[in-house]
Structures are given as structure tokens and as C-alpha cells.
Ligand binder design. Structure first.
Ligand code: FRU
Length: 477
């Protein structure tokens, strides 16, 4: 007798019980917890995004890889879970990793997390691969792990491989830690994705405030320079900088493959908001460098957890190098214009005190232009109520800072010598992404309010003339 067993991938084990904070156009879980974006890629005519996923609970736990696909980077649909933590080499989590397309095969290169109590913290971390020819079903490689241990001068914190190809050779960077507990990124190379040679340290702590462990590295060329983007843990707060528990930022510099020499400038945060971490970039077929981040933060509150889900990913953003070659600018990808529904307003408004618009903020894009030279007010911007407090986005003329304040917890950055401030703001049901002056300053934050609030403008200690446009954004789910 022949038995045919069909395994059907589950997409979600726990149900969402309340929609009050569910997002309308962001990638989020169908139920359960998500964190980092993983495996960003384009394969067989579709964009693929995977994510760290615990389908059985709205808290972090055994990590799977959830999976969504899109033909336009805007409208996403769920596919079955791509990776389960079901082998000896990944039994305590299929942790973060990346993807590469080669010869009609989509390969996932991911961290196997194994707890066996014998290492510091009780875990060790290794690199595995899984492949797919249909972009839906993945087979783990029979020779896993492909990198079975970490460099001898590092610790067992060794994770988040990000793979790319250059001149026919595959490279992978991983987050790691030196034995004296400073963060670093290490580099390996391979001709077939299966056998890897250790090249050396790509970048490391250099008597600077760059933390104890560097997670989720990405290394890529941008506008003629090289960028190393990573998520350091253990950075100390420094004035307005590094306000979150862990941060996400980059070095810009020059790189020589022949000698593995990366000379670079200082560390800058890539997103200044309350909730942004573990971003991953990939190169789209048209050459754009596109980035998606986890729109939350370790140590954050997740008021959606009692509703059966937690966590979301940002809108895709296009990365470009600033004109002076020292910074990364980040703008919403052009495709997001297709989400626009009706236009609520297109007017010049004089604001003296608080101006209540009746524009609802359930799913809204706002374009606010402030000609600072003509502003008498000290603080000028927009605000809306939250459960127990408010969220404010404003320019403070006295301090010359752009501020995002959530229940009075402030994230801010100095923006001097500008005559016009242009804000492009994406609001979803529980998130806000603020892009200032063509993406030279970006703030991402989650917020929670049990009803759909209306937008208000405000000008304190004087009058301001603002130009305001707003559009409703369509739902993708
Ligand atoms: C970053 C991170 C990664 C790890 C994953 C586990 O947020 O800590 O370093 O692979 O999350 O879910």
C-alpha cells in the first residue's frame, strides 16, 4: 500500500482577536509575532520578503521565517511559512539571514540558533542554507551547516548572514563580537554558497561608541562609495543620538576587495524614530537599493500583543548617497504613489495656535511645507491624540531641531540653515514614518490610539503659514 503524505504549510496558528491597531498597507503578521525582515529578493517575477516569525504567540519565541510576495513592492500576499526550526542545526530558531538568486534557484542563507548550554549564554550560532526553485517551497541543504563555527578570535554571538555576489564570487558578512566584547562584522567568501572561506574582519570597534555586538549587517556599494549598515547593541546615549535601546546605522567609506580594507567615516543612525531596527537592503532588478526595517524595537511596548499579533515592517525605502558623499538619504519608493486614494486637501493655511483639520489619520499621506523664513512661531508642525497623550511632529525654530515627540518622549535632530522644511509623512493605523527634506532625516515610530484621530496643525508663540496636502491611502490587506 502506498501512503501519500502532503504537508501543508500553516500561515498562522494564533488568531487576531481585535483589529484596533492593525495596519492597512504595511507588512505585518497574519497573527503571531514578527521582528527582522529577512531574505529580501526578486525571483521569478516577484519580490520576496521573509521575516522573523513566531506563529504560535504574539511574543518572541521559536523563530520561523514567514513569507510574503508582491509584484509591485506595494501589494503583498502571504505564502506558507518558508523555514521551520526543525533540524538539529537550527532547532532553537531559524534566525535572521538573507537571500540570493543564482541559476534559477532562490537560496536562503540563514542563522541556525542552537541552545545546548555549553557556550556563553547557552547557545551557538552557525550558517545554513535552504533553496527553492518555485519560490514557495524550500529544501534545507543536506550538508548544513555551511559555516559550522565562528572565527576563533570571536564569541558565539555570530549571526545574520547577508550574502551578495561580486565578480562571480559569493560574499557574506555576519554580525559578531570580539572576545573582549566589542561589536564587529566579519567576512567570508565562497564559489558555490556551500563551502566558505574566512576572509577576516570587515569593520570593528575603534575606540568609539559603537556597542558590544553588531547585528544584521549589510554591505553594499552606493553612489560610488561603500556602506556598512548594521544594528549595534549596547551603544550609549549621546545627547540627541542613540535614544533607543539598540540602534540602526551605518559607516560610509571606500573598500578594496583585494585586501579587504574598508576605510570609513563615523557611525550615523539611519532612522531617528522611536521604533526602527534590523533593516535589510537589497538591489532591485532596476538597480535601486531598497531597504525595509523592522518597525519596532527591542524593549518597546507592544500594545497589540493582547490582540494576537505584534510587530510590523516599514514601507520600502530607496537609498541614495547624499550629494557630499557622507550620508545615506532614504525616501519612500516611487511605487507607493499608487496607494493614493482621494485627496483630502491642498491649501495654504495660516495657523495661530491650534488648527483642527477634519482629516482622519487611519491611513493617510501628508505633505507639509513650512517656509521657515516667514514663520514667526517658535514651534510649528502637526499633532494628533494618542491613548493618554499625543504625538507631535514639529520644527523648533529656537533650537533649530526637527522633533518627533510621542507622549513627550522626544526624538530630534538638528537641521540648520534651511529656508524651507518639506515633510512627507506616511501614517498608518498604528505607525508614522516622517521623511524630511528628501529623506535626509527620517523618523519611524509606532503609536496607539483606540479611535481614528484627526490631524491638527499648530503654531506656538506666533503665526505660521503652512502648505498642506493630504491623501487617503488604500488598504492592501
Ligand atoms: C535582531 C536579532 C538578530 C537575530 C534575530 C532573532 O533583531 O536579534 O540578530 O538573528 O533578531 O530573532
Amino acid at each position: 500500500m502506498i501512503f501519500i503524505v502532503i504537508f501543508v504549510g500553516k500561515t498562522s496558528a494564533i488568531n487576531v482577536t481585535n483589529n484596533r491597531y492593525r495596519l492597512n498597507y504595511h507588512i505585518m503578521s497574519p497573527g503571531g509575532w514578527i521582528n527582522d525582515p529577512n531574505g529580501l529578493s526578486y525571483f521569478n517575477g516577484q519580490y520576496h520578503v521573509f521575516f522573523q516569525y513566531n506563529p504560535d504567540s504574539s511574543s518572541w519565541g521559536p523563530m520561523h521565517w514567514g513569507h510574503v510576495v508582491s509584484t509591485d513592492l506595494v501589494h503583498w500576499k502571504y505564502l506558507p511559512i518558508a523555514l521551520y526550526p526543525d533540524h538539529s542545526y537550527d532547532k532553537d530558531g531559524c534566525f535572521s539571514g538573507s537571500a540570493i538568486v543564482n541559476n534559477g534557484v532562490l537560496s536562503l542563507v540563514y542563522t541556525g540558533n542552537v541552545n545546548n548550554g555549553s557556550f556563553d549564554g547557552g547557545f551557538y550560532q552557525i550558517v545554513n542554507i535552504a533553496t527553492s526553485t518555485d519560490g514557495v517551497n524550500f529544501q534545507k541543504f543536506s550538508g548544513n551547516p555551511v559555516i559550522a563555527t565562528w572565527p576563533v578570535d570571536g564569541t558565539n554571538n555570530f549571526r545574520d548572514p547577508k550574502v551578495w555576489q561580486n565578480n562571480g564570487t559569493f560574499y557574506v558578512v555576519l554580525g559578531n563580537q570580539s572576545k573582549d566584547r566589542h561589536g564587529r562584522v566579519v567576512l567570508y567568501k565562497s564559489s558555490d554558497l556551500k563551502t566558505w572561506t574566512y576572509v577576516g574582519v570587515l569593520a570593528e570597534y575603534n575606540n568609539d561608541n559603537t556597542g558590544t555586538m553588531w547585528e544584521c549587517p549589510n554591505f553594499f556599494s552606493l553612489g560610488g562609495k561603500y556602506a556598512l549598515l548594521f544594528s549595534p547593541q549596547g551603544i550609549e546615549r549621546d545627547g540627541d543620538r542613540f535614544g533607543n535601546l539598540d540602534v540602526n546605522g551605518y559607516f560610509i567609506g571606500d573598500y578594496q576587495y583585494a585586501t579587504n580594507e574598508f576605510t570609513h567615516g563615523p557611525f550615523y543612525e539611519i532612522d531617528l524614530g522611536h521604533d526602527f531596527y534590523a533593516a535589510q537592503m537589497f538591489q532591485a532588478p532596476d538597480g535601486r537599493s531598497i531597504l525595509i526595517g523592522w518597525m519596532d524595537m527591542w524593549g518597546a511596548q507592544f500594545p497589540e500583543q493582547p490582540d494576537g499579533w505584534a510587530g510590523a515592517l516599514t514601507i520600502p525605502r530607496e537609498l541614495t548617497l547624499s550629494a557630499d558623499g557622507t550620508r545615506i538619504n532614504m525616501s519612500p519608493i516611487a511605487e507607493l504613489l499608487t496607494l493614493r486614494g482621494n485627496q483630502y486637501i491642498n491649501s495654504n493655511i495660516e495657523v495661530d495656535g491650534v488648527y483642527n483639520t477634519n482629516i482622519p489619520l487611519g491611513s493617510t499621506e501628508i505633505l507639509l511645507q513650512i517656509a521657515l523664513v516667514n514663520v514667526q512661531a517658535r514651534k510649528v508642525g502637526l499633532k494628533f491624540p494618542l491613548n493618554n497623550g499625543e504625538l507631535r511632529v514639529y520644527y523648533d525654530k529656537q533650537t533649530q531641531k526637527l522633533v518627533v515627540s510621542r507622549k513627550k518622549v522626544v526624538r530630534q535632530v538638528a537641521i540648520n540653515n534651511i529656508s524651507v522644511l518639506n515633510l512627507r509623512i506616511f501614517v498608518d493605523r498604528s505607525s508614522i514614518e516622517v521623511f524630511a527634506n528628501n529623506g535626509s532625516a527620517v523618523f519611524t515610530s509606532r503609536f496607539y490610539v483606540d479611535y481614528i484621530p484627526n490631524l491638527s496643525l499648530f503654531a506656538e508663540y506666533g503665526v505660521a503659514n503652512l502648505s498642506l496636502q493630504a491623501f487617503s491611502l488604500n488598504k492592501i490587506w
